[in-house]
Write a protein that binds this ligand. Structure first.
Ligand code: SF4
Length: 383
């Protein structure tokens, strides 16, 4: 495999590329709330929210989050449940947990100021190479590159990189290229220009080459095969997992359990259950999990159907059951916590995608919670 077939830009070509990108960005940049501030904290919040969520979805969450936690100290001092409450609906809750943890580190070790250099930034929870580059360049004007899916697409097409962009050597080369491009004035804008171009013009399908500022020098546009780039490794099939969850009611209250911190959906609340192993019937698997984790035995169990949820490398099928009043008193094992809650209290808790879908299947989803109700429910839970 070669990683050096496409030419690297000469110094003059690099300057031309920078100029075209910045001129295009100045004329076409979207007006987004985090682009109206120079506050590193606000920019950090936006970068974390944007990691796995679309721009349009992030905007209202970003604005509400900053009202609730206007600075690093308020986030560092916040109760984790309160941070989860502000995150409810955004998903990937480990981001919220890492944010608060990083804020505590910044207060304890950096005098409450977000560090400006990319290496120190990467020592904070939830900040990887991409986010460190984005923060260092956008908030602190450092010549640090960013490489995300949009940047990979633009660079692979512009420079005619036809090797698999998941290959480590190719990834290294893309970072080097981005590092060369970013050197100069306005590094944050240059990075945002590359990302914006990938998001709006150089899109995965039908890129708008006719209005692209790079069209005259773009190798993929010249070869007429832009849509074939970047070349990605063939996807491995996601691992299929089957699991069960039960809606178990006693005297108008439903039992919910909390997953251990760390790992997939760490710290989230969900209906009790677990994975199905070794061809066991779903209903039997539910009975076994309930006995093993909560010490409860079920009498009536009735299928409500199933839901599917796709994680990065896993596809989960969750069989959902309505259960009658259980026998026994709760004896908890391997679970962080459990609660008996009214259905409305339950729907206000932070839970992951599979549980949201299971509640919708059961007709128990309540949409986005009213914030005062959320806070009250969470406060009650902690008391
Ligand atoms: S010319 Fe087309 S393929 Fe090349 S960078 Fe622009 S939009 Fe992408």
């Amino acid at each position: 495999m070669s990683t050096g077939t496409a030419s690297e830009p000469s110094s003059a070509a690099r300057l031309r590329l920078r100029r075209r990108l910045l001129e295009w960005y100045d004329a076409n940049r979207r007006d987004l709330p985090w682009r109206r501030t120079r506050d590193p904290y606000a920019i950090w919040i936006s970068e974390i929210m944007l990691q796995q969520t679309r721009v349009e979805t992030v905007i209202p969450y970003y604005e509400r989050f900053l009202l609730r936690f206007p600075d690093i100290e308020s986030l560092a001092n916040a109760d984790l449940e309160d941070v989860y409450g502000a995150w409810t609906g955004l998903g990937y809750y480990s981001r919220a947990r890492n944010l608060r943890s990083a804020a505590q580190t910044v207060v304890a070790e950096h005098g409450g100021q977000l560090p400006a250099d990319a290496v120190t930034l990467q020592s904070l929870s939830g900040i990887g190479r991409y986010t460190a580059g984005a923060l260092a360049s956008i908030a602190f004007d450092r010549n640090e590159p960013v490489v995300d899916g949009n940047v990979i697409r633009v660079l692979a097409r512009r420079f005619g990189i036809r090797d698999e962009t998941t290959n480590k050597l190719v990834v290294d080369r893309l970072w080097r290229l981005a590092g060369k491009l970013v050197r100069g004035p306005r590094p944050g804008d240059l990075n945002q220009a590359l990302m914006e171009l990938g998001a709006t013009i150089c899109t995965p399908r039908t890129p708008a080459c006719g209005v692209c500022p790079l069209r005259r020098s773009c190798q993929a546009a010249r070869a007429g095969d832009a849509e074939a780039l970047p070349v990605k490794a063939k996807k491995t099939k996601p691992l299929r997992i089957e699991a069960v969850a039960g809606w178990i009611e006693r005297r108008g209250k439903v039992v919910v359990v909390r997953r251990p911190h760390g790992g997939l959906l760490g710290g989230m609340w969900e209906l009790p259950g677990g994975t199905i192993e070794g061809g066991v019937k779903p209903e039997d698997a539910l009975r076994r999990h309930l006995a093993a984790t909560l010490g409860l035995s079920l009498r009536r169990v009735e299928s409500a159907g199933s839901v599917e949820h796709v994680f990065t490398h896993r596809r989960l099928r969750l069989h959902v059951f309505r259960c009658g009043k259980p026998d026994g008193r709760v004896r908890r094992a391997d679970l962080l916590d459990h609660r008996w809650l009214s259905p409305s209290e339950l729907s206000q808790l932070p839970h992951g995608g599979p549980t949201r879908k299971a509640l919708a299947l059961l007709g128990k989803a309540s949409g986005e919670p009213h914030r005062r109700r959320v806070r009250r429910s969470l406060a009650e839970l902690q008391s």
